[in-house]
Design a protein around this ligand. Structure first.
Ligand SMILES: C[S@@+](CC[C@H](N)C(=O)[O-])C[C@H]1O[C@@H](n2cnc3c(N)ncnc32)[C@H](O)[C@@H]1O
Length: 232
């Protein structure tokens, strides 16, 4: 089935937020990074300005710059209204209020939009829908990220998650997923089955981060290198 832009609510985060969510160290930032479901985040644009290496994957990159601008304009008031109605589900310390949230998100998406056409030309924005296979070879990237996509929507199913993470782990030496809760701020129902599944062959851990905007959304799932059982 064709991917429909009208079903997407674009909402993008910044490099500063990615650094904190994924506990990306100075050395990590210099590594080769793949970011899945990266949408209109400014992570790629900001990292590229710093001469770092990020490739972003998302089905929305098949659309034109103008289509993406229109969709952001169409949905931003709806998202802000919903956030206002659910204000108590968020922690307003780093981001102080709704005005600041709107400023940060619109700023991130504007930086993404400015970079989009050039980035697409440079193959830094790749139209791609998980769990499909990508065109990259095994272990091409050092780190694979998913911010606010995998685990957040458990309704996509365990099978979808396993197939998606399998592909991410095929092309990335390590995968980090943030947050580990769902939209109701409850532990994602697919989290434990995913941990059990990958624990057999990979080093899997949950790390506390300094990022918490969604209440209780302060942990990242890290699926690290293959453990001893897979090394021979
Ligand atoms: C909530 S946004 C997160 C954007 C960005 N990662 C961030 O944190 O700022 C979720 C993103 O997942 C993307 N998405 C939806 N279905 C997808 C799929 N099957 N594979 C990859 N990405 C998908 C959407 O297009 C959207 O950009």
């Amino acid at each position: 089935m064709a991917f429909e832009l009208s079903k997407v609510v674009p909402w993008g985060r910044t490099l500063e937020e990615y650094k904190t969510m994924f506990t990306l160290s100075t050395e990590d930032l210099k590594k080769s990074i793949a970011s899945f479901g990266d949408g209109p985040a400014s992570f790629n644009a900001e990292m590229t300005k710093l001469k770092n290496n990020v490739i972003s994957f998302d089905p929305i990159y098949q659309f034109t710059k103008q289509q993406l601008i229109n969709r952001i304009e169409e949905t931003k008031d709806i998202v802000m209204k919903q956030t206002k109605e659910n204000k108590d589900n968020f922690i307003w310390t780093n981001i102080k209020d709704l005005d600041e949230l709107e400023k940060i998100r619109m700023g991130a998406m504007s930086n993404f939009i400015k970079d989009f056409e050039e980035g697409k030309e440079e193959k830094r924005y790749i139209p791609h829908e998980l769990p499909n296979k990508t065109n990259f070879s095994d272990n091409h990237f050092d780190i694979g990220l998913s911010s606010h996509f995998l685990l957040l929507y458990p309704k996509l199913g365990l099978d979808f998650h396993i197939k998606s993470i399998d592909e991410m782990l095929r092309i990335c030496k390590e995968v980090r997923i943030f947050p580990i809760i769902d939209l109701d701020a409850k532990e994602s129902s697919v989290l434990q089955p995913i941990i059990d599944y990958y624990n057999k062959n990979y080093d899997v851990k949950i790390e506390k981060t300094d990022y918490e905007f969604q209440k209780d959304g302060d942990k990242v799932l890290v699926i690290g290198s293959k453990n001893e059982k897979l090394k021979y």
